[in-house]
Design a protein around this ligand. Structure first.
Ligand SMILES: [Zn+2]
Length: 229
């Protein structure tokens, strides 16, 4: 399937990235049918928001927003996979724009001034060629009037593979890997921290703890998708 898909993508770049059908002129990335059936994960600013619950007692937030539900084998997983591991950046922009549309409907977004993507380690960045969270953040920035900033929050050390470690070890592993520079420009600002998929929230939490040390910073969190861990 994927070889045929690769080949078709070369000669007919305009095909649906979920079902493989040719797209009409007014369609982008997905056909109308697949777009209509994407599983949504859009929650309110209340105690029932399951993504906000992930951060309860860990990170104080203004709002926590996701667009889609990510499950093994679903269309969202397929899109995220093609974006991250097959380098299809236009899928990332599309996902960021979709997320941006959810964010502008939330009244709490109005004073966000900076959008900060979760940084990727430079080695991983070099290998992949891009930071997926940055591409999503740029898609969001097209929808809300805030600046996407990739220089304030950065990753200090390489944490290696996380797959063989326990949840506690993974947490230990991410706790001290982020740091801040030029903190003055985000003092007293409302920051939107952006990731691709939220699972345990450990990486976001580590970033949030750096950002929340800065005077007056208020934090919101957004991710394209949410998966229950
Ligand atoms: Zn389709």
């Amino acid at each position: 399937m994927s070889l045929i898909f690769d080949f078709l993508s070369l000669i007919y770049p305009k095909i649906c990235q979920v079902c493989g059908k040719s797209l009409f002129r007014n369609e982008h990335i997905l056909c109308m049918k697949c777009k209509h059936h994407l599983p949504l994960a859009r929650f309110g600013n209340d105690h029932k928001n399951p993504v906000a619950q992930v951060f309860w007692g860990r990170v104080p937030t203004v709002m926590v927003t996701t667009a889609f539900l990510y499950n093994k084998g679903n269309a969202v997983q397929q899109l995220v996979h093609n974006f991250k591991y097959r380098g299809m950046r236009d899928i990332g922009i599309f996902l960021g724009e979709e997320l941006g549309r959810v964010i502008i409907e939330n009244p709490l977004h109005h004073d966000i001034t900076h959008i900060i993507p979760v940084p990727l380690h430079p080695k991983k960045h070099k290998k992949r060629g891009f930071n997926q969270s940055e591409i999503i953040a740029r898609g969001i920035a097209g929808n809300i009037s805030a600046e996407c900033n990739t220089s304030i929050l950065y990753r200090k050390s390489y944490s290696g593979t996380q797959t063989r470690k326990s949840k506690f070890e993974r947490w230990e592993n991410v706790e001290n890997i982020f740091s801040i520079k030029n903190e003055n420009c985000i003092k007293n600002k409302h920051i939107l921290l952006v990731d691709d998929v939220i699972t345990t929230g450990a990486t976001i939490e580590a970033c949030a703890q750096c950002l929340l040390r800065i005077e007056g910073v208020r934090l919101s969190i957004a991710a394209v998708a949410f998966t229950r861990s």
